[in-house]
Design a protein around this ligand. Structure first.
Ligand code: CA
Length: 223
């Protein structure tokens, strides 16, 4: 498996490269956006670890251009702390996953394995499941032709579930992705938000889309 790391912080890049080589991945490192772009243009990678803030060409442009060229190479974004909006933007641009700095190497490795196992997520901006329609660009949701108003968090939650349709998502995973809450924090916030989301999206319809998986979390699917 050939992985490209585009990261301008030398220490971080070296640390990641060393760890991943020990896991038997083949690693290339690019220290700025232009070099990273050059590698992408000339070499096939199984995965790209992409820092958002880069000199030369930033991670957004690289990701945007990559998807523009129809390349489905999975991308794991490294975002700065407290940049919740980055996650939504990254999703819209077609990133496969995120890690907020600083992160543990074990967490990075777990995410990489998950992405490689799953294969790339197709970049879709309009989701249609039964009579539910989600427009990821305009942040609009309709069900049965009726507009549903969601808070930004509810929208992020719904989009996350829709993008991973059929995948059981743990409360911890949801909390991390939507609220950037750490592993050991109270994930009750997830249950509360899912309940609110269900009230808006599912309750007045016969066919439910959000399902509870006991002891694990939630799955979004048509049954
Ligand atoms: Ca950086």
């Amino acid at each position: 498996m050939h992985i490209l790391i585009i990261e301008d912080e030398c220490k971080t890049a070296a640390f990641l490269a060393k760890g991943l080589k020990e896991e038997r991945f083949v690693i290339d490192v690019a220290g700025n956006g232009m070099d990273g772009q050059h590698n992408i243009d000339h070499i096939h990678y199984d995965l790209i670890i992409l820092d958002v803030m880069l000199p030369g060409k930033d991670g957004w442009s690289i990701l945007g251009d990559l998807r523009q060229t129809q390349k489905q190479t999975p991308v794991l974004l490294l975002t700065a702390k407290d940049a919740v909006a980055d996650k939504v933007r990254g999703l819209e641009l077609g990133a496969d996953d995120y890690l907020v700095k600083p992160f543990a190497f074990s967490e990075l490795l777990a995410r990489i394995r998950t992405i490689l196992r799953r294969g790339p997520i197709r970049q879709i901006n309009i989701f249609k499941i039964l009579d539910l329609e989600i427009d990821a660009i305009r942040h609009r949701v309709h069900r049965g032709g009726i507009r549903i108003d969601l808070t930004p968090k509810e929208f992020q939650l719904l989009l996350l579930m829709a993008r991973r349709q059929g995948e059981v998502l743990s409360r911890t995973f949801i909390a991390e992705q939507v609220w950037e809450i750490n592993f050991n924090s109270d994930t009750n916030v997830v249950d509360v938000a899912v309940r609110r989301l269900r009230r808006k999206v599912d309750d007045s319809f016969d066919n439910k889309l959000i399902h509870t998986v006991r002891g694990v979390g939630y799955v979004f699917e048509q049954r």
